[in-house]
Design a protein around this ligand. Structure first.
Ligand SMILES: O=C(O)CCC(=O)C1=CC=C[C@@H](O)[C@@H]1C(=O)O
Ligand SMILES: [Mg+2]
Length: 364
């Protein structure tokens, strides 16, 4: 809900489709992401005679298996376009059930509000202190052992101190070999995470944990299918004396935070604002997760610059956030506009200009 005490709104919502090719397809156990399609949203608060218009941007990038379909997303945005004339809450209600569409509308509203208050988005949504940088992980696809070790070495050379390796497309033994090659290549000081995207059985995951413990893997993300809450709880217990934490990603969408906490199925939760329905929703979930002593990790869904920068602001608004999956712009061969976020020494430098800090996307 948008605060009704805020000044009068006179909103006009526009949207248009985009399609972005990936420079390097991202190979995962769940399939290969080769391009991203979606809708760019522009929300204008049309001023009266006395002032100038304020603009906010949002992005809806539906991803099969994670959000509504592109057609449902577009239909929801068409409803929001009509409803926006009645106000911000009406616009949000029109996209309530479609997470990617809601993400776009909520982000455009927040960008507009923060721009109007001349505040960077993360401070507008979080009301917290100034944050200069948020730590990020490198994202490394499920390639051969040589490719994986090469990509990790390259990432570490560029300053990343945390690498998340996709896994689960081959045998556990082969994945262990990949991780071993990476560990040998990057040394002991780099944090390694592995994301299996639901690929393993309980026995396979147990075997992986035993081997990963010896390789000092810090996080194992979604080893079992999303439905396997008890299975993850058992894995977590088995891994308790090892360096390996269990994170859920697909499981968060399937079960929600409460069920995961009740069953003690995870140490960390991956929060994708595009799949959760917006950075406002993800922020509430993050606060709830931290209250329950779990770790929130923010990641993109390999989005364009608008959603990606929104995720950077979201992470900057979360106290003590660990390395997040935000360095995904490099996967894209093209983008919606200029990237305002510099990646430097394993951190995203948070834009400090008003709003999102993304400019020129509508004109591009
Ligand atoms: O977390 C990261 O490092 C980047 C984002 C990422 O890995 C993903 C984005 C979109 C779909 C998924 O295959 C994948 C994930 O499961 O976390
Ligand atoms: Mg994941």
């Amino acid at each position: 809900m948008v605060d009704d005490a805020s000044p009068e709104w006179n909103l006009e919502l526009e949207y248009r489709p985009f399609s972005l090719e990936l420079e390097t397809p991202l190979e995962t156990a769940d399939g290969t992401i080769e391009h991203r399609e979606g809708f760019l949203v522009k929300l204008t608060d049309v001023a009266g005679d006395d002032g100038s218009d304020t603009v906010g941007y949002g992005e809806a990038a539906p991803l099969p298996g994670w959000t509504e379909s592109p057609a449902d997303c577009e239909a929801a945005l068409a409803r929001a376009k009509e409803a926006a004339r009645d106000g911000p809450n009406e616009a949000l209600e029109a996209v309530e059930e479609q997470v990617a569409a809601r993400h776009a509308v909520a982000l455009a509203l927040a960008d507009l509000g923060a721009t109007r208050e001349a505040t960077p988005l993360y401070r507008y949504v979080g009301k917290g202190p100034m944050i200069g940088r948020v730590p990020v992980n490198a994202t490394i696809g499920d390639g051969s052992p040589g490719e994986t070790a090469g990509a990790a070495t390259d990432a570490v050379d560029r300053g990343f101190q945390c690498c998340k390796l996709k896994a689960g497309r081959r045998t556990v033994a082969a994945d262990v070999e990949r991780v071993r090659r990476v560990r040998d290549a990057v040394g002991d000081d780099v944090e390694l995470r592995v994301d299996a995207n639901e690929a393993w059985t309980y026995e396979e995951a147990m075997r992986a944990i035993e081997e990963f413990a010896a390789l000092d893997v810090a996080v194992l993300e979604q080893p079992l299918p999303a439905g396997a809450l008890e299975g993850h709880a058992d894995l977590r217990e088995a891994a308790a004396d090892t360096p390996v934490s269990i994170a859920l990603d697909e499981g968060v969408l399937e079960h929600g935070v409460d069920a995961i906490c009740e069953t003690r199925a995870a140490d960390a939760l991956v929060l994708k604002p595009m799949a959760l329905g917006g950075i406002d929703v993800a922020r509430k979930v993050a606060a709830w997760v931290q209250e329950l002593d779990l770790t929130p990790i923010v990641t993109t869904t390999i989005d364009g610059v608008v959603a990606r920068t929104g995720a950077v602001h979201l992470a900057a608004s979360i106290p003590d956030v660990p390395a997040c999956g935000l360095a995904t712009g490099e996967f894209l061969a093209e983008d919606l506009g200029t990237d305002p976020v510099l990646m430097e020494k394993g951190a995203a430098v948070v834009p400090q200009t008003k709003g999102l800090g993304v400019e020129g996307v509508w004109e591009a």
